[in-house]
Design a binder for this molecule. Structure first.
Ligand SMILES: [Zn+2]
Ligand SMILES: [Zn+2]
Length: 306
């Protein structure tokens, strides 16, 4: 393995976020790491890529700080191009800047942790519980847990939209899941605050579960927020299934494209099969295609006249 990707978060009070940011920048630059780190008073949320010896050194340095001694670093293989650069930003919130009004503080209210091994056991034993996927619709479009309830979110700030969907599950055992666990810290707390009493969260997220039990209960691929876009474990395994659908012809597909029309008004990020992407020449819709063609023709005509 030439490159390693780290995914981690920690909700812990950071007294001086600006000073902490400067330290993180220095450390990451020294270790030639690229990626994205969000820092807020409530904690840190990061994804970093680098040579394995450098990412390991990063973990070692972080753990010297007692606040991050028990931070769970999820590791996966990178290709060296997951991120174009290093970006470290100060935010009000480490998952989304727009849910402040929900007043969620995982340090005070959050769901009970369920380890991947425990979830595996729950599934095998047929325990009665309801799994709710707290990710966005474009993420669940390429992969999800068998039998889970998919949240109707375009963005994490849509969180209140889950309530009417699960109203009938009050009194039941609920398990929230997301990519690496950071969103569930808040999402599970949100359910507790809204009258659900028996709420768990998958510790370490789907990425930790998939790593231990590839191609078992999580179907398809996991959407990730870096240059890989999606990741799978043992995708050559015949048990691996494609759950995504081409947005044009509906056939199984799980490759994302960004519409070639930079002013795209549709869902710019879309799934397509190879045939359809070739036919559409990279546009999400006929609309985007004809608009840009018209522009090209106009340009051609006007330059022709000139
Ligand atoms: Zn297609
Ligand atoms: Zn488009």
């Amino acid at each position: 393995m030439n490159y390693q990707i780290l995914l981690y978060y920690k909700y812990i009070e950071i007294e001086n976020p600006a000073q902490f940011l400067a330290g993180q920048r220095e450390l990451c630059e020294k270790l030639n790491l690229k990626g994205r780190i969000l820092i807020a008073k409530e904690g840190i949320n990061g994804t970093l890529e680098g040579a394995p010896e450098d990412t390991e050194k990063y973990i070692e340095e972080m753990r010297k700080d007692l606040r991050f001694k028990d931070t769970h670093f999820k590791k996966s293989e990178g290709n060296g191009s997951a991120f174009p650069k290093l970006s470290i930003k100060l935010r009000d919130d480490i998952v989304s800047n727009h849910i402040k009004e929900l007043k969620l503080d995982p340090a005070k209210v959050t769901g009970k942790y369920l380890q991947p091994e425990e979830l595996h056991e729950w599934i095998k034993s047929g325990k009665r519980f309801f799994m709710i996927d707290m990710r966005n619709d474009y993420e669940t479009a390429v992969g999800f847990f068998k039998g889970s309830i998919l949240a109707p979110f375009e963005n994490f700030r849509d969180m209140p939209k889950i309530l009417p969907e699960i109203e009938h599950l009050r009194g039941e055992t609920i398990l929230t899941v997301c990519t690496g666990g950071v969103r569930c810290e808040k999402a599970s707390g949100f359910l507790l605050q809204n009258g659900f009493n028996d709420v768990y969260q998958l510790h370490g997220g789907i990425v930790s579960y998939m790593e231990k039990y590839p191609n078992e209960d999580f179907l398809g691929k996991l959407y990730v927020f870096d240059g890989r876009i999606t990741m799978g474990f043992n995708t050559e395994d015949p048990k691996h299934v494609v759950v995504g659908k081409c947005s044009k012809c509906g056939k199984p597909a799980d490759t994302y494209y960004d519409c070639k029309n930079v002013a795209c008004e549709g869902k710019r990020h879309f799934i397509s099969c190879e045939k359809c992407i070739e036919k559409s020449q990279g546009y999400c819709s006929v609309n985007c295609d004809s608009l840009s063609n018209r522009d090209e023709k106009l340009n051609y005509t006007s330059s022709g006249i000139a």
